[in-house]
Each structure stands twice: as structure tokens, then as C-alpha cells.
Design a protein. Structure first.
Length: 147
């Protein structure tokens, strides 16, 4: 199966050889609308990501400014706002990455990654949740840390 473009329209093409008749049957499925919808989705994701980035950066900046003040009554609420702003900013980064990955012109690049470092970072991210679950359920998490 292959994708073919003819006169500005896109088709999925498949061919089968019929040995009994010594013929080839070719079937074309018009996927132009699907391709157009894919492009609209990709453009939407890229645009919304860029539009969200500016206000989120401003919110994060104001939260950091407020955190620096000495007499803050509601530090807890600022921490919540900051945490959720960071989460939203990560979602926006993921959306931008998704948009880039969907671009067929993007080349895949490989690099060596320290599995140990990766696992340690993941454990740090989920450390508090793991501890909370362990305390609630009564189980103990044992993670070897030897080199």
C-alpha cells in the first residue's frame, strides 16, 4: 500500500495480482479530506501552543516575583499556582513537540542516554506520589542504588 498524489488529491493505492486472470487489480481510496483534516489539526496544535505560551510565561513570572516578597501570606497558594503553571507549560511543550514530530520533513536523531540517570530523574518526579501510596497501602518500595 502506498500514498499517491494525483492532480492535488491524495489516494491510498493498493495493487493485487490475480494469477487466475493474469491481471493486476488496483484500488485507489481517496484520502484527501483526511489529509486536509490532519493539516488543520497540526496547524491548530501549533497555533494554540504558541498562543498559550505567552500568558503562561507571564503568569509564571508574576508568581516568581510574588515569591520573592518577604511578607507573603498565601505562600501555599502561590506554590499551587506555580506547580500548575509549570504543568501547563510542559503540556504546551509536548504539543509543540507533537507538531514537530508530525512534520514529515523532521529528521529523527538518536543520542546515547544514561538509563541510570533517566530512571533517577523519573523517580525524583514521582517520589512524593510513590511515598504517599506506600504509606496508604502499607507496602514498601525497595530500589537498588548501587552502581
Amino acid at each position: 500500500m502506498a500514498e499517491v498524489e494525483l492532480y492535488g488529491r491524495f489516494y491510498l493505492c493498493s495493487a493485487t495480482f490475480l494469477s487466475s486472470k493474469d491481471e493486476i487489480v488496483t484500488v485507489l481510496h481517496d484520502v484527501t479530506e483526511f489529509k486536509n483534516l490532519q493539516q488543520i489539526k497540526k496547524d491548530f496544535v501549533a497555533n494554540i501552543s504558541h498562543e498559550l505560551r505567552t500568558p503562561l510565561t507571564a503568569i509564571k513570572g508574576f508568581v516568581e516575583t510574588l515569591e520573592e516578597e518577604e511578607q507573603i501570606k498565601n505562600v501555599h497558594y502561590l506554590e499551587i499556582i506555580k506547580r500548575h503553571t509549570d504543568r501547563l507549560m510542559n503540556i504546551v511543550k509536548d504539543l509543540l513537540l507533537l507538531s514537530e514530530l508530525e512534520n514529515r520533513d523532521s529528521a529523527v536523531s538518536f543520542e546515547e542516554v544514561s538509563l541510570r540517570s533517566l530512571v533517577e530523574n523519573i523517580l525524583r518526579i514521582f517520589d512524593q506520589r510513590v511515598e504517599e501510596k506506600a504509606c496508604r497501602s502499607g507496602w514498601t518500595l525497595m530500589i537498588p542504588v548501587s552502581p
